[in-house]
Design a protein around this ligand. Structure first.
Ligand code: G1P
Length: 290
């Protein structure tokens, strides 16, 4: 059977951002900027670079700024044009989404990541889809989702981005039970969400980038509660194993956990150092803190 092209992405953005209070009291955490662009924009740009054309944001209360961000800001654009600010104008224009290519769905109750993805079921339909968790900011070349899309074309099934973490930290992640470790690709025989350290089947953990087959929705719709009393995406994915290919991909590049204050700060430094217009100044001031 031909492999269906990957054209859709779901981006859960309903989280409360409690770890960044008070900054996130009135501001969606996905709008927190790294250097000069909000986290959500990095995720959308990464998805676009993987050929994705349709986006579904799973939102909640207080998240309207995210939708505004991808809209055309007519007055702003006109003012920038009048002032001859062409460079930033072009950048703003490149942000706007093709009409009809972005939709939002409200997750009315915080029942977990699996429930958030299930809320996108009408958008997903019968198609394979990507998931990007904007808290995980990726610095990868090629972009992380493009690496996953490539692995999807190779394997024809579900692929999640993975990385090794120190044993004592496995309880913060979805963890792989490995069938066969082939290096770049790891075939999976089981998945466990946030296992106790001594019960974890490996130290290979899922990060916030996935390519999944639509059948996961059927499993999520049972609304079985898992770790933390939430409907876990990991549990829904685990049920696909055996009937569909399921692989972990050791992606090339770096991940910054921007749901964590230190990770967020490190991302600022790393992304600023990656920008030719900023790197010299940042290198200079960093000397003062060594
Ligand atoms: C979620 C997933 C987990 C995954 C992690 C990656 O957890 O449930 O399996 O390892 O994202 O960032 P959360 O960070 O929402 O607790």
């Amino acid at each position: 059977m031909p492999i269906k092209p990957l054209k859709k992405a779901v981006l859960p953005v309903a989280g409360l951002g409690t770890r960044f209070l008070p900054a996130t009291k009135a501001l969606a955490k996905e709008m927190l900027p790294v250097v000069d662009r909000p986290l959500i924009q990095y995720a959308i740009d990464e998805a676009r670079a993987a050929g994705i054309e349709q986006f579904c944001l799973i939102t909640g209360r207080g998240k309207t700024a995210i939708v505004e961000h991808f809209d055309v800001a007519y007055e702003l654009e006109r003012t920038l044009a009048e002032r001859g600010k062409d460079e930033i104008l072009q950048e703003l224009r490149s942000l706007s989404i093709e009409p009809g290519a972005m939709m939002t769905v409200r997750q009315q109750v915080p029942m977990g990541l699996g429930h958030a993805i299930w809320c996108a079921r009408a958008f997903i339909g019968d198609d394979p889809f990507a998931i990007l968790l904007p808290d995980d900011l990726m610095q990868c070349d090629p972009p992380c989702m493009a690496q996953l899309a490539e692995a999807y074309r190779e394997t024809g099934g579900n692929v999640v981005a993975i990385e090794e973490v120190p044993r004592e930290r496995v309880n913060r992640y979805g963890v792989l039970d490995v069938a066969e470790d082939k290096g770049r690709l790891v075939s999976v025989k089981g998945l466990v969400e946030k296992p106790p350290v001594d019960k974890a089947p490996s130290n290979l953990t899922i990060i916030g980038r996935y390519v999944l087959m639509p059948e996961v929705i059927g499993h999520l719709s049972k609304m079985e509660r898992g770790a933390g009393g939430e409907v876990q995406l990991t549990d829904g994915m685990a049920k696909l194993i055996g009937s569909q290919p399921f692989h972990g991909l050791r992606y090339t590049g770096r991940r910054f956990d921007c749901g964590d204050k230190a990770g967020f700060l490190e991302a600022q430094i790393a992304f600023a150092l990656g920008r030719p217009d900023m790197a010299p100044a940042v290198r200079e001031f960093l000397k003062r803190y060594a």
